[in-house]
Design a protein around this ligand. Structure first.
Ligand SMILES: NC(=O)c1ccc[n+]([C@@H]2O[C@H](COP(=O)([O-])OP(=O)(O)OC[C@H]3O[C@@H](n4cnc5c(N)ncnc54)[C@H](OP(=O)(O)O)[C@@H]3O)[C@@H](O)[C@H]2O)c1
Length: 328
């Protein structure tokens, strides 16, 4: 192969713009493992990065895409051989190192996760960074004592990437799931993923008291802002909130009362630098007891040409589920 297709992001006079280009292996970032991409995916962070809506990229020009799955094309590291099925999410991929929106991706071997038996490259990208973050959130909630008999668990931003996978995983594990969404026409979708109750964000009474009615045993929150503040006030005694995102805002205004009077736990969730042993353990669970069964409903397949539309839909908060980018 001489050249291949890639979606490269440029900074031209402070205007951030991406476009399809023909790339060569020589141009790719350094690393020991070259992956022949089968699929990538589109995350909220990709939309921020590729449009300049957020200052995500640390290098220009750069091939975008924070996720990749495919097979090893070549490796100078003993741990990987040609043909191995692998995935990469996070680290500097698509941020400071050329990313997954490309027919070939070169990465350091230390970033690579072998695709566990039971998952295909498509499955791993239907899950992607967003779904992995949902799984990490559920694992952390359980580590902090959450069990299925504790009461309802709420998922915010429920129709989004993190939200959709979280609803499905929690329902699959036997939790009573309440989904909070701003999309009033998507209640059926959320119920089809396993939500027992769907709340409309537009009808939500946030309240103003430092402690409101104790309702939630746990929460998966990719939204932040006023919604996260409300979660601190409405989580039950000893309950935990997994905070992973900021689509509703970065600022939280609350008091210490939920923490010191109800023992509420606020858990930070980071998928990017998640240590490799935890990463592999979570992927293993995603291939076994937590294996999502609704990925065909959650995921929509697109191509590199569809990326600009996908970015805009995500930024407007209108996306449902996950975008999987078919590349190979
Ligand atoms: N910590 C990590 O490692 C990590 C990893 C992945 C993602 N994230 C973060 O998690 C967040 C979600 O990512 P994603 O990929 O799931 O994005 P997404 O697919 O765009 O989903 C976000 C969802 O948030 C809801 N939302 C949008 N605007 C909102 C607003 N103004 N107020 C309240 N809710 C709003 C919408 O769901 P409804 O319409 O259903 O309410 C939207 O679909 C992002 O901030 C992302 O950066 C963090």
């Amino acid at each position: 192969m001489d050249t291949f297709n890639a979606y490269r992001i440029f900074d031209e006079n402070n205007t951030i713009e991406g476009r399809l280009v023909e790339a060569t292996l020589d141009e790719l970032s350094q690393g020991e493992v070259v992956i022949r991409t089968a699929y990538s995916s589109v995350n909220y962070k990709d939309a921020l990065a590729a449009t300049g809506a957020g200052k995500i990229l640390r290098r220009f020009p750069l091939i975008g895409g924070i996720d990749v799955a495919g097979s090893v094309a070549s490796s100078s590291d003993d741990r990987y051989r040609e043909g191995d099925q692998v995935l990469v999410t996070g680290y500097d991929l698509g941020v400071a190192s050329d990313g997954g929106f490309s027919e070939y991706v070169r990465v350091p071997a230390d970033w690579v996760v072998p695709i566990p038996d039971g998952l295909t490259p498509f499955d791993t990208m239907a899950i992607g960074t967003a779904g992995f973050t949902a799984a990490l959130s559920v694992v952390q909630l359980e580590r902090n004592g959450l069990t299925t008999t504790d009461g309802p668990v709420i998922v915010t931003g429920a129709t989004g990437g993190v939200g959709s996978v979280a609803v499905e995983l929690l329902a699959r594990l036997g939790y009573e799931v309440t989904a909070l969404t701003g999309k009033d026409d998507q209640h059926d979708y959320l119920q089809s993923l396993g939500a027992t109750t769907v709340l409309s964000r537009h009808e939500l009474e946030l309240g103003t008291r430092p402690l409101e009615k104790a309702t939630w045993a746990g929460a998966v929150d990719p939204t932040g802002g006023a919604i996260l503040a409300w979660l601190t006030r409405t989580t039950k005694y000893g309950g935990s909130i997994a905070s992973s995102g900021l689509t509703a805002g970065v600022k939280i205004e609350t008091t210490v009362l939920p923490f010191i009077m109800r023992g509420v736990n606020l858990l930070g969730i980071d998928s990017v630098l998640c240590p490799m042993d935890r990463r592999r353990e979570v992927w293993q669970r995603l291939a076994t007891d937590m294996r999502p069964t609704h990925l065909q409903t959650i995921a929509r397949e697109v191509t590199l040409r569809d990326l600009p539309d996908a970015f805009q839909t995500l930024l407007q908060g209108k996306a449902r589920g996950r975008y999987v980018v078919k590349i190979g």
